[in-house]
Design a protein around this ligand. Structure first.
Ligand code: M6R
Length: 613
């Protein structure tokens, strides 16, 4: 996730761009850069580090340009460095471009352009874009009206993946061109100047009038006009919308709290985590790992080690790893693992999951595993975090910064990544029927759309939350993979609503916990596994008989009448069903917390990153 901002008008662009970048820093902050059109050249100033470093770059104060683009980066391809920072320019220094997203076919495009004589200065996927624009520009009649747009459009239609892109061209000093696909970009409009940004808040102090592009729509920005095009370059009409947010709601993109914003960001987060790793043609790619079949054949056990929500993601990961790779897999809590002298050796593969990458127990557990000779993989959301530096291998979720203490989008993107890892290992080991793997890949690719569909349950969950928010205890039940979601749902509720809750495997209830069920107590059942649904329903009937109020989250066709509320979610592969079934549970905890008037984003006694033991 990166931040983009751009300006075209009559004022000096640089101060406006720097201001916008500071507000976009939550989207990424490992490097930043800025390009403006000056008298006879495009200036390019960029560096590793925070946006504030740009203020110290020699010459930045003397930039006079009134057209410019800028970027703050969250590294995906290539480490944080000056070379890998945006903007990127083509070899002839005619075009400067900023990009947010992932270009899945950049290797192919880079090889094509290298063959045509282009050089690359960075390790990024993004640097192919300005060079590809230049390639098409050369083929067209340069400098003719419309040729920048045609070249820009041709280049963008060659890109696979997600992108929002803004470009400027030395030969067209009064234009800026933008496009988006599966990646955010808004256009802010005022009479004599126009703005672009990855989100509304960064430019809200300049204008309240906004245009929103659909996928593969292009906009050419002039100082006093904006022209919109579809992907065939036919002119289209777009309605301008007035945004009436105040400053504090703006920071959260219009949401009341970061947690709600992050719940709603899950389709994008999952899309970015899948990125180039899983492609429509079925290719599964985990370049970060270089495991061979002989090495993997020696692995006789896998450990997944983490804390809290990350550990719950590990529980879901265990199911797919065991089923696809046929390797016994255990999930352990890092603070337990580190002190119990676990039986691991060079035939053990240990996977450590941590959103922040700074959790003290997880880091200590990782060091222990390494000292015993196990190979270690870190799964983290934060580039360059401690866990990623300690592990032998590192794979990143690309969920974007998670600010609310209660983890939401990190959990779902961790499960996606664990499934992709399981597929990758199973393909090397040839341990699963290719048809099952191929079906899972298709289901993973459909997840962003299905999460969007699931989010539609928000209002009905909100109403139910209003009826139960003052209760003292709640119970979450499930079997198989649904039991792992029950644990996560129970943790979410405790964390932000301070209601005591327990999660149980549904079949375990009668062995003791059912004694706690009394008239009016709320029991939530998660029922997505078709092979276990009947059994879970029987267990839930047992609590209904004892007076429980029930909420059911399911993708099965069940008889609704015996439950107080049934929330239907889309069907998917059982391996990834937690990614959908957890969404109503996140919303449930959120709305209960709101109803109680609590601080959702900063619950009492908790910290986002637990860097102490
Ligand atoms: O940064 P990490 O993923 O290592 O954090 C682990 C837990 O502290 C974290 O998941 C915690 O349980 C969250 N507050 C859950 O919402």
């Amino acid at each position: 996730m990166c931040g983009i901002v751009g300006y075209i008008g009559n004022k000096k662009a640089t101060p406006i761009l720097l201001n916008g970048l500071s507000q976009l820093e939550y989207r990424g902050y490992d490097s930043a850069g800025i390009s403006t059109i000056e008298k006879d050249k495009i200036s390019l100033m960029k560096d590793k580090g925070r946006v504030k470093n740009l203020y110290d770059l020699t010459g930045i104060d003397s930039l006079e340009g009134t057209v410019g683009i800028a970027h703050t980066r969250w590294a995906t391809h290539g480490k944080p460095s000056k070379e890998n920072s945006h903007p990127h320019m083509d070899n002839s220094n005619t075009f400067s471009v900023v990009h947010n997203g992932i270009i899945e076919n950049y290797n192919e495009l880079r090889a094509f352009l290298t063959d045509k004589g282009y050089n690359f200065l960075s390790e990024t996927d993004s640097e192919v874009i300005p060079n590809l624009i230049h390639y098409y520009y050369q083929k067209e009649n340069k400098k003719e009206k419309g040729s920048f747009l045609t070249a820009f459009k041709n280049a963008c239609l060659d890109l696979k993946g997600s992108f929002s892109i803004a470009g400027i061209c030395l030969d067209f000093p009064d234009n800026m061109i933008v496009v988006r696909k599966d990646s955010p970009l808004v256009i802010g409009n005022s009479e004599t100047e126009n703005y672009i940004s990855s989100d509304i808040p960064a430019i809200l102090s300049f204008t309240k009038k906004f245009y929103f592009l659909n996928d593969l729509e292009f906009a050419v920005l002039y100082r006093d006009n904006i022209v919109f095009f579809d992907k065939n370059l036919s002119i289209i009409h777009k309605e301008c919308q007035n945004i009436s947010w105040n400053a504090s709601s703006a920071e959260k993109n219009g949401f009341d709290d970061y947690m709600l914003k992050e719940i709603y960001e899950q389709p994008t987060a999952i899309r970015e985590t899948i990125g180039f790793r899983l492609q429509e043609d079925g290719t599964c790619n985990l370049d970060e790992l270089n495991f061979s079949k002989p090495y993997l054949s020696l692995i006789n056990q896998i450990y997944i080690i983490a804390c809290g929500t990350a550990m719950h993601a590990g529980l879901a990961g265990k199911v797919c790893i065991e089923k696809l790779c046929k390797i016994p897999t255990q999930v352990d809590i890092a603070s337990e693992f580190r002190y119990r002298d676990p039986l691991i050796d060079t035939s053990t593969l240990c996977i450590f999951i941590s959103q922040s990458g700074e959790t003290a127990d997880t880091i200590a557990a990782l060091k222990l595993a390494r000292s015993k000779g196990a190979k270690t993989i870190a799964i983290s959301n934060v580039i360059g975090s401690s866990i990623t530096r300690e592990a032998d291998y590192c794979i990143y979720t690309h969920a974007g910064p998670e600010i609310a203490v209660a983890s939401t989008k990190a959990y779902t993107s961790q499960i996606v990544l664990l499934n992709i890892l399981a597929i990758h290992l199973a393909e090397i080991l040839e341990t699963q029927d290719p048809k099952i793997i191929s079906n899972l890949k298709k289901e993973i690719l459909q997840l962003p759309k299905k999460i969007e569909e699931t989010l539609k349950c928000s209002e009905v969950i909100k109403s139910f939350a209003k009826t139960v928010y003052s209760e003292k205890d709640m119970f979450f039940l499930g079997r198989g993979i649904d039991e792992t979601v029950a644990r996560e749902a129970s943790l979410k509720l405790k964390e932000i609503s301070y209601i005591h809750s327990e999660s149980y495997p549904a079949g375990e209830l009668k062995h003791g916990p059912i004694a706690l069920i009394e008239n009016g107590v709320t029991v939530i059942g998660i029922l997505t596994d078709s092979t276990l649904v009947e059994k879970s329903i029987s267990n839930i009937q047992e609590v209904i008989t004892r007076g429980a109020k029930t909420l059911i989250i399911t993708n099965q066709n069940i008889e609704n009448s015996m439950f107080d509320l049934v929330v239907k979610i889309p069907q998917t592969s059982p391996f990834i069903s937690p990614i959908l079934s957890v969404v109503p549970m996140q919303l449930f905890a959120y709305y209960i917390s709101k109803e109680k008037g609590l601080d959702v984003d900063k619950p009492r006694n908790l910290a986002k990153s637990v860097t102490v033991e």
